[in-house]
Ligand binder design. Structure first.
Ligand SMILES: Cc1ncc(COP(=O)(O)O)c(C=O)c1O
Length: 385
């Protein structure tokens, strides 16, 4: 079986002709991983080190610390920021589940803020009312690879003496206002390299920061809190990246910029082709580079179309196109039930009810893109009220 088919196989149903995503692995990755295996040097290896150095250089930060998943990175970053029992961490009501749960491992509470319907990231106008004396961290998510309003977030952090942790899990090479890169703006940033992301190490993640002390704390936490052999001064665990994953990352990183360029071309193609269609709403980036189109979230206007998004997605599947919800709102998830978080998150609810993501990956062919656009158009026309 071709390497590229492995991930797709796990998604395959008889109907899917165009998968949501497809990873690109080449012989160079096979060679790099094989070399690690041949060397017998599986942890604390040179590949992780090179990957970290190159990643830091690319993002424009002083330190990059590789970890075994983006979610581990979130937990480590929050611990490095000294989040503890009964502290509060402000997060948007919609993200991947570990953004919401990470602080709970430290006994802290996630406090949710609704998203805005302009860029689908945290609604910065609603953050201040959620800040109180227990708040420690503002934790924006660069959802769909699009950077949150970092100016306002950093301004609030300064005003209330809070730390900023960027969930840049999806935002490799996304800019803020066309300039700074995601993951280089807050006190700390984290990235994910799980296979759905623009580059992959299998499982894996990276923590980024310009702060020497925070970087050192993260390094200790990912390695059992070791300061020296048998000198464990702070609580830590094994969150280290293995060298096999580091080898994948080192090679994949070389193709990241090129692959993001293609994603941006596909994103612009979709928007150009779909924005005139009645009943569908395309995402609008702040600037061309403020998203990397890690995903392409399409919304349907429920006032104009007389179908649910599930029906729309089913019709897309009947055309051989895989679409998916990305993500459900947090406040309805059972894991947060006991936190008394209320249910006043109208935008996240509407977004969940009306949005799904279209396939986007560098190997999407011209005819596949055309088929996706034609299908959206045909289905929307069928459901116009
Ligand atoms: C926004 C966001 N945060 C956190 C994560 C967690 O990353 P990982 O799957 O590498 O643990 C992901 C990805 O899955 C994500 O999309």
């Amino acid at each position: 079986m071709a390497i590229n088919d492995l991930y797709e196989k796990s998604l395959d149903t008889d109907k899917i002709k165009i998968p949501l995503t497809k990873i690109t692995l080449k012989e160079e990755e096979v060679e790099a991983v094989s070399e690690v295996i041949r060397s017998g040097w599986l942890i604390f290896g040179k590949n992780v080190k090179i990957f970290e150095e190159n990643f830091a250089r690319l993002i424009g930060v002083k330190h990059a610390i590789a970890v075994n998943s983006g979610s581990s990175g979130l937990l480590v970053a929050l611990q490095a920021l000294k989040v503890k029992r009964d502290d509060e961490v402000i997060v948007p009501d919609m993200s991947f589940i570990s953004t919401g749960t990470a602080c709970m491992y430290l006994g802290a509470k996630p406090v949710f803020v609704d998203i805005n319907l302009k860029d689908y990231c945290i609604d910065v106008s609603k953050i201040e009312e959620r800040i109180n004396r227990k708040t420690r961290v503002l934790f924006p998510v660069h959802y769909w690879g699009h950077t949150a309003e970092m100016d306002k977030i950093c301004e609030l952090a300064q005003k209330y003496n809070l730390k900023v942790l960027e969930d840049a899990a999806e935002a490799h090479l996304s800019t803020y206002q066309g300039k700074q890169l995601a993951g280089s703006i807050g006190d700390l940033g984290i990235f994910s390299f799980t296979p759905s992301k623009p580059m992959t190490t299998g499982e894996g993640g990276m923590i980024t920061t310009n702060d020497d002390k925070l970087a050192e704390r993260c390094r200790k936490i990912i390695n059992f809190g070791d300061y020296d052999k048998f000198d464990n001064r702070i609580l830590g665990f094994n969150f280290r990246m293995q060298d096999i994953n580091g080898a994948l990352g080192r090679v994949q990183l070389k193709r990241l910029a090129q692959s993001i360029n293609i994603r941006r071309e596909i994103g612009s193609y979709y928007t150009k082709a779909l924005s005139g269609i009645q009943g569908v709403i395309c995402p609008v980036p702040r600037t061309e580079t403020d998203t990397n189109y890690q995903i392409y979230p399409l919304r349907i206007d429920l006032d104009i179309l007389r179908c649910s998004k599930e029906e729309f997605m089913q019709d897309m599947l009947d055309q051989g196109i895989h679409c998916r919800t990305y993500y459900p709102a947090f406040h309805k998830q059972g894991v947060f039930k006991e936190l008394n978080i209320g249910n006043n998150y109208p935008n996240a609810e509407l977004f969940e009810k009306s949005s799904f993501v279209l396939p986007i990956f560098p190997k999407l062919t011209a005819s596949q893109k055309e088929h996706i656009v034609k299908s959206v158009k045909k289905i929307a026309e069928r459901y116009i009220r």
